[in-house]
Design a binder for this molecule. Structure first.
Ligand code: NOJ
Length: 564
């Protein structure tokens, strides 16, 4: 069925939105959520046992990082059977139970689909590497050695070193842009594309509602395997992957044709969606939504909140530009503050700014994606050197900060040993973050002033407000002593005497059919006087701090107002 999100208009009502437009996506990293069989690794039955908690958050869909059969060289992003569940996580029956129970609670289920590469232990690759004339050979990307016997070109792995590994038995190199255990599938081969579309059908027939598609912007490669140009800005000590510009391995035009094929498979089913993992500038990013006649990703993941410096001016510029570009392109916006590849946002922006950041994510126009534990304010965990397991860290020991273990530590359920993630006598696959005795679900659940209950309040406000769910977005001038510049229906005459350079206040109005919600975010530590005539008669919906007054936005505070 055709379900491209048409151009947003004022006449749209909440009931006309698709679930992936009105809702909130919650990402679970399955290894780290809840261990039900005491092997130190989270599993599907663990998630099923926590579904009531997930429903209590007010989120709409749960997306699972990969749960498929895998040797776990990249923790599931190396798939050895696209239609099987890894025994570490459970069985297909466990999965069916989870989907049933999630649906019974009104939660959608999304899987992580990894079509760019398989595991080197996938039977396809085992066959492909068995001989040069094996029929599966062309399912992967093989090249002869360079004349000196070296690698075929200068393409790099994201995890350090060359993207090529030599296969002794057949005398050729194969391509992998991650670890050598993740050979790249050859998307130029129609059989590969057919098989991948079929995989989507298999899971949709089991009730899966959507997919997050791994590195979707990498699917096509230069057919001539030309060298990438050098990056003149790269300096030693930075990731080697950045030493070249990825014009022959990323964002190639053919990728769009491949995505349209996947989309066609999705559209054979009712109300399904895909969100593509894409790290690109805004204008290029939005081309991955396709057009009404040739739709691609329902949501091209927007990671720019993660990539933009955390101050009011830069964030406002980003949101203004993205919102305008999305409106021009007629697609649907989305926002992400954290995921399993990025340091926790509470760590990135700092504890003081945590609630302002959470408020921003959940009040912007567009679908928010929440990373597990961010609703509690989980921070990066400390990983001792002998516990590091992430291939990105192990492959680049000289590059600081590239390890992803710190943001993958076990969910903090309680102050019990291992935060209630696994049995006291079992060593979890990654250490629990040290702050778990204070930052955990059990403690925050019963504290009305906790981060968890702040999150729940935000999701409830969002759900109950058409302005926040689907209203327009307009930012306001907040410069020092400047009158607030307003549109025809908005604020006039007030000012934020904002004296803090490099931090500042970001203010915006969401509006739908006369309902107007004002969001005020103080990115600085200084109190800012509010002298807005419009706030007379306005009602305060929420403050991130105790005892908010109508005349001051305190340092780091977030406020939501319903305007009269
Ligand atoms: C992107 C995923 O988010 C990341 O975790 C993974 O390592 C690579 N793709 C390879 O699949």
């Amino acid at each position: 069925m055709f379900c491209y999100a048409g151009r947003m208009t004022h006449s749209l009502t909440a009931g006309q939105l698709k679930w992936w437009q009105s809702g909130i996506i919650y990402q679970i990293y399955p290894r780290s959520f809840q261990d039900s069989n005491n092997d130190g690794i989270g599993d599907l039955n663990g998630v099923t046992a926590r579904l009531d908690y997930l429903a209590s958050l007010g989120v709409t869909a749960i997306w699972f990082s990969p749960i498929f059969t895998s040797p776990m060289k990249d923790f599931g992003y190396d798939v050895a059977d696209y239609k099987g569940i890894d025994p570490l996580f459970g069985t297909l029956d466990d999965f069916d139970t989870l989907v049933r129970e999630a649906h019974a609670r009104g939660l959608k289920v999304m899987l992580d689909f990894v079509p760019n590469h398989s595991s080197d232990e996938h039977p396809w690759f085992v066959e492909a590497r068995s001989s040069r004339d094996n029929p599966r050979r062309d399912w992967y990307m093989w090249r002869d050695p360079a004349p000196d016997g070296g690698v075929p070109n200068n393409w790099k792995s994201f995890f350090g070193g060359s993207a090529w590994t030599y296969d002794d038995a057949t005398g050729q190199y194969y391509l992998h842009q991650f670890v050598s255990g993740q050979p790249e599938l050859n998307w130029a081969n129609p059989d590969v594309r057919r098989e991948m579309a079929d995989t989507l059908r298999f899971w949709m027939q089991r009730g899966v509602d959507g997919f997050r598609v791994d590195v979707i912007w990498l699917l096509a490669k230069d057919p001539d395997y030309r060298d990438e140009p050098r990056n003149p800005d790269w300096r030693p000590g930075q990731p080697e992957h950045n030493s070249v510009q990825h014009i022959h391995t990323q964002d190639l035009p053919l990728t769009h044709a491949y995505i349209r094929e996947l989309r066609a498979a999705l559209d054979e089913f009712d109300d399904r969606m895909m969100v593509g993992e894409i790290y690109l500038p805004i204008d290029t990013l939005l081309t991955y939504a396709g057009t009404p006649d040739a739709p691609e990703c329902h949501l091209p993941f927007n990671f720019h909140l993660i990539l933009t410096p955390w101050n009011a001016a830069d964030i406002r510029k980003l949101v203004d530009e993205y919102d305008a570009a999305v409106t021009r392109s007629g697609s649907w916006p989305n926002w992400v503050l954290g995921n399993h590849d990025q340091h926790r946002f509470a760590t990135r922006v700092g504890r003081e700014q945590y609630r302002a950041a959470q408020t921003l994510l959940l009040t912007l126009r567009g679908t928010p994606t929440v990373y597990y534990g961010d609703e509690l304010g989980m921070e990066d965990g400390f990983i001792p050197a002998d516990r590091v397991v992430d291939p990105a860290a192990l492959g680049q020991p000289d590059v600081p900060g590239v390890g992803r273990d710190p943001e993958r530590t076990p969910m903090q359920w309680s102050a019990e040993p291992h935060a209630g993630f696994t049995d006291a006598h079992v060593q979890p696959w990654l250490p629990v973050a040290e702050n778990f005795t204070a930052v955990n679900v059990a403690a925050q659940d019963v504290d009305p002033a906790s981060d968890l209950n702040y999150f729940r309040t935000l999701t409830r406000l969002r759900r109950d407000s058409a302005a926040l769910t689907l209203g327009t977005y307009r930012s306001l001038e907040t410069g020092a002593g400047q009158p607030i510049q307003t549109g025809p229906t908005a604020l006039t005459g007030g000012s934020f005497e904002n004296t803090q350079a490099g931090s500042g206040v970001f203010a915006f109005v969401r509006e739908h059919e006369g309902e107007r919600v004002l969001v005020l975010l103080n990115f600085g530590a200084q109190d800012v006087p509010l002298t807005l005539p419009e706030l007379h008669g306005a009602s305060l919906l929420l403050s991130s701090q105790d005892g908010a007054g109508a005349d001051t936005l305190r340092g780091n505070e977030a406020q939501l107002w319903r305007l009269a």
